[in-house]
Design a protein around this ligand. Sequence first.
Ligand code: S3P
Length: 426
Amino acid sequence: MNFNNISRLRGEVKLLGDKSISHRAIMLSSISNGNSYIENFLMGKDCLSTVDCFRRMGVDISIEKNNNVKVKGVGLRGLKSPYEYLDVGNSGTTIRLLMGILAGQNFKSTLVGDKSISKRPMNRVTNPLRDMGAIIQGRDDGNFTPITIEGGSLRGIEYNMPVASAQVKSAIILASLYADSKTKITEASKSRNHTEIMLKAFGGDIKADKNEILINKVENLYSQDIYVPGDISSAAFFMCATSMIKGSELLIKDVGLNPTRTGILDVLEKMNGNFEILNKRIICGEEIGDILVRYSKLKAVEIGGELIPRLIDEIPIIAVLATQCEGTTIIKDANELKVKESNRIKSVVSNLKAMGAKIEELEDGMIIKGPTKLKGAYIESFDDHRIAMAFSVASLIADGSTHIDNLSCVNISFPQFFDILKSIIR
Ligand code: S3P
């Protein structure tokens, strides 16, 4: 795929559902009573891994036309012991959230995944779940897959989150549904709160106030109809591409704008980006709106602290954008990037260097000096979907051709990425 020498991006696009919300919709629908209908579900590989795991535990999930999904919930205690391993593929959200649910079941189950998952740390979930009473085994004392969980009776805990991670927080929240006493979770920096919002709608006894969450067990959860807003993490690739290509203008419709996810908008604003939010509303407890973005001359910014969890998945594309900003962009406090689908500090720095960017690696981030005219290069995706997409965008503004290995990994989170990109190139 070669997109160099394009003139501008123009048009109107609508994206498939948010990845985080799609996973949670399948999970909560599966363990509630009644039929749930999920609209605008993300048919990406990660979310389909979640569907597959729940089907293996006896949940009837039908994928219908137009990205809609019907789930026949089996109730909090209706999951069946799977007779095969639960394969989470590449999906960190599937394995970590599922560990929380499995910790409360009266059966033993084993979770496996792909090569990337086998290197990602699970002790951040294993440890609090063990505190709650779950028996968990796995390589390196339960840190790596295959992970076997023997669930059963759990107790509530008080947990101060050592890292800002919505996956860890959500695993504890889901396990708390099965605990015989109250759980309190305190976050140092607030991470995405889709589990809290959705669980409340399903009838969960959960109170979230600032950085504190209280959960009590309930007898039942009740099915819901869910509309999944467009994924802001996918929109980010087009927002950044539009912002840096002269003469570009793009309307991205129905994007999720939950404030725990909109760090990318804060950054674009600080960079002097040109965008407006239109048609803002709330659906299923989630803020949503259209983003109209135009090219503008950008300036460098500093990104760190509490902003990081609000844009953690957008850092690869923000780094590409920073190469076009006037001045020095500093990204710090982003240690978590090292344990994503690839080590995203190294993947971003090595690939941007290959394209001629002035970039320096930091222990917890990177420093980028701009603006620099990028040049085409051989890019390693490290089989990481967000690296493949960030560098596809970089190739749009590079001189000469760019080759990216394994472009098919975009199917993890954004199967329509290249079709949409082609449709807006003018
Ligand atoms: C996610 C949380 C984040 C994010 C991931 C999705 C979620 O991971 O990077 O893509 O759906 O909860 P961490 O919780 O590990 O930060």
